[in-house]
Design a protein around this ligand. Structure first.
Ligand code: DGY
Length: 315
């Protein structure tokens, strides 16, 4: 423990309190306003060996810290970290998988039902007095019954969502880079093939170059006029202009979005879409789960600097 206390860890402002407390108890914490190379001081340059990341670390920031060994990223998605540059410079990157799987799957199902049954607007109907003044909330045009659901991205979270859908009695199919061994759900080698086979598409796909705008006009149109698109993965996987157009034109029926391409900015066309249900990236956002994620993030720092063994390195 004596030794760890000498290891300097850079912690950007706003990092989870719970994690900051533990980092402070275990290491020498150096605070920084944000992970920006322009803010790196000479002291940071010569001492920092680890960094806690939640908003991402780019190549310039890595280059500004020549003694950097480990980027402990908060969250399961690590598209905000330049992992190629990290690998080329022998910098280990860890993320926080598993501990958020069930929470994100719960949110995906909640968002799916909200989107299809219009529940947030039904609550507004009650709260603004419309129920008393105008009567019952209009019947929802869409239903979850008899839907065929496709999951784009069959990792841990995708499988947790599929298990829940099975319990709902809904058939599940999926598209993934590779077929997942031991899964009975129907596999589609292309996203287009999946979109043609289902009417409800849930994207859990990670961000990054390989999924950039993968959900485009063609995919949305393949879902059909009864189609519903839900995104719990990354906003970058969607062509948001094409999605807004598909919602406005009735190419698909509705969308539920927890993530956006340029958060916290949400395109006006989506804000204005009455058939979109929107959430501010809250997939894993319970105190319980964020605490577990922060714990795993710090556990990675402790394990790396104590035993040279990352617990959850990114692939
Ligand atoms: C994740 O874990 O990737 C969530 O999106 C929170 O950042």
């Amino acid at each position: 423990a004596e030794e760890l206390q000498a290891v300097a860890i850079l912690v950007p402002a706003g990092f989870s309190d719970h994690a900051v407390e533990r980092i402070e108890r275990t290491f020498r914490r150096i605070a920084i306003e944000r992970a920006d190379a322009a803010l790196v001081t000479d002291e940071m340059r010569s001492t920092v060996r680890g960094i806690a990341s939640f908003a991402g670390i780019n190549a310039v920031m890595m280059d500004a810290l020549p003694n950097l060994e480990l980027i402990a990223s908060f969250g399961v998605g690590y598209d905000s970290v330049d992992v190629g540059h990290a690998a080329a410079n022998n910098i280990m990157v860890t993320n926080t998988p598993d501990v958020l799987t069930e929470e994100v799957a719960d949110t995906a199902i909640g968002l799916l039902i909200n989107t299809i049954r219009d529940l947030p607007r039904a609550e507004t109907w009650l709260r603004d007095g419309s129920w008393a003044k105008k009567g019952d909330y209009p019947l929802s045009r869409l239903t979850l019954r008899a839907r065929r659901v496709g999951i784009f991205g069959m990792g841990r979270i995708g499988r947790a969502i599929a298990r829940r859908l099975e319990a709902f009695g809904l058939p599940v199919a999926y598209h993934n880079r590779r077929r997942v061994e031991g899964l009975a759900y129907q596999y589609h080698p292309t996203l287009k093939g999946l979109a043609e086979a289902v009417d409800t598409l849930i994207s859990v796909a990670p961000g990054g170059a390989s999924t950039q705008k993968a959900v485009n006009a063609e995919i949305l149109s393949a879902l059909g006029a009864n189609g519903v698109f839900v995104n719990i993965g990354r906003g970058s996987t969607v062509d948001e202009a094409a999605l807004a157009a598909a919602l406005a034109n009735g190419t698909i029926a509705a969308a539920g979005l927890d993530v956006f391409a340029a958060e916290p900015n949400v395109p006006k066309a989506l804000l204005d879409a009455p058939n979109a249900s929107l959430l501010p990236h809250v997939g894993s956002a319970s105190q319980h789960t964020r605490r577990a994620m922060a714990g795993l993030c710090v556990d990675n720092l402790v394990s790396w600097f104590g035993e040279r063994r990352p617990l959850t390195p990114v692939p």
